[in-house]
Design a protein around this ligand. Structure first.
Ligand SMILES: Nc1ncnc2c1ncn2[C@@H]1O[C@H](COP(=O)(O)OP(=O)(O)OP(=O)(O)O)[C@@H](O)[C@H]1O
Length: 239
């Protein structure tokens, strides 16, 4: 499965509101790009465009994959977990196959749920799960989709520190060689996971130096801690 690079060049509007103007984003193939920036700057809108959820968004410009179509090749984990309340965790994870009228892979679904630490919760409905558990079901559903392009919108935000670190490591392992665009507000997360780290502002994009070492980097590596601090300072300046 070859993962393509992505590009987005142009401006976007929703109704009368300009969401971003003259953006020029390239997302490296088979690597993690972390996108940070102030609330409301348009990060989720970028993900929605790549995911094909373009309703209401007017784009003046172009966006797409380096080798052609995006359709059918993208998995999006949105900020809202979008779990169906009447389905079990397992059925939510298998929903993609069902919607495509394919035979669900029950064994793999159970395995992915076990990998996100929910082996004992597969039969529960979303209303019977905590916020962090629901977020992990949504992560499992995204990983289950097995797409070359993966868009993650604050996927670990509801998790406690330890589970967050574990899920970052799992995602890095399972999404190796995929093209991943991760929107996060967490400088530590970007420093661990980013092959490229970009801050989005109203004035455009700014690259931030990335630490050395393979992804996922150790939380306590000195250059990861330094990158985290530098990134926080950059975000402060950009506010
Ligand atoms: N459906 C919509 N209708 C009107 N405006 C919208 C809609 N969706 C988003 N917006 C506006 O677009 C702008 C960008 O929103 P977006 O969700 O892309 O920002 P963001 O950078 O991801 O923010 P956050 O970090 O808070 O998630 C915001 O001002 C928001 O109010």
């Amino acid at each position: 499965m070859a993962a393509p690079a992505l590009h987005l060049k142009g401006s976007a509007r929703i109704g009368d509101q300009i969401i971003f103007a003259d953006l020029d984003l390239s997302v490296q193939a088979g690597a993690w790009t972390c996108l940070l920036g102030a609330s409301g700057v348009g990060k989720s809108t970028v993900l929605r465009l790549f995911a094909g959820l373009t309703k209401d968004i007017d784009v003046d410009g172009s966006y797409g994959a380096s080798d052609g179509a995006l359709e059918g090749r993208v998995a999006l984990m949105a900020q809202d977990d979008l779990l169906l309340p009447w389905l079990s965790a397992l059925d939510n994870v298998l929903i993609g196959a069902r919607l495509r009228a394919q035979r669900p892979d029950w064994t793999r679904g159970e395995d992915v749920l076990a990998r996100v630490g929910l082996r004992d919760h597969i039969a529960k409905r979303p209303g019977e799960l905590s916020g962090g558990q629901r977020q992990r079901v949504a992560l499992a559903r995204t990983l289950m989709e097995d797409r070359p392009i993966v868009l993650l919108d604050e996927p670990f935000s509801a998790l406690d520190a330890l589970t967050r670190a574990q899920m970052q490591e799992l995602a890095a392992e399972l999404l190796l060689d995929r093209t991943v665009l991760l929107v996060t507000h967490d400088p530590a997360e970007a420093a661990r996971l980013g092959h490229r780290i970009v801050i989005m502002t109203d004035a455009g994009l700014q690259d931030v130096p990335v630490p050395t070492g393979n992804v996922p980097r150790a939380v306590d590596a000195s250059d990861v801690l330094k990158a985290q601090a530098d990134l926080l300072n950059q975000l402060r300046i950009k506010q």
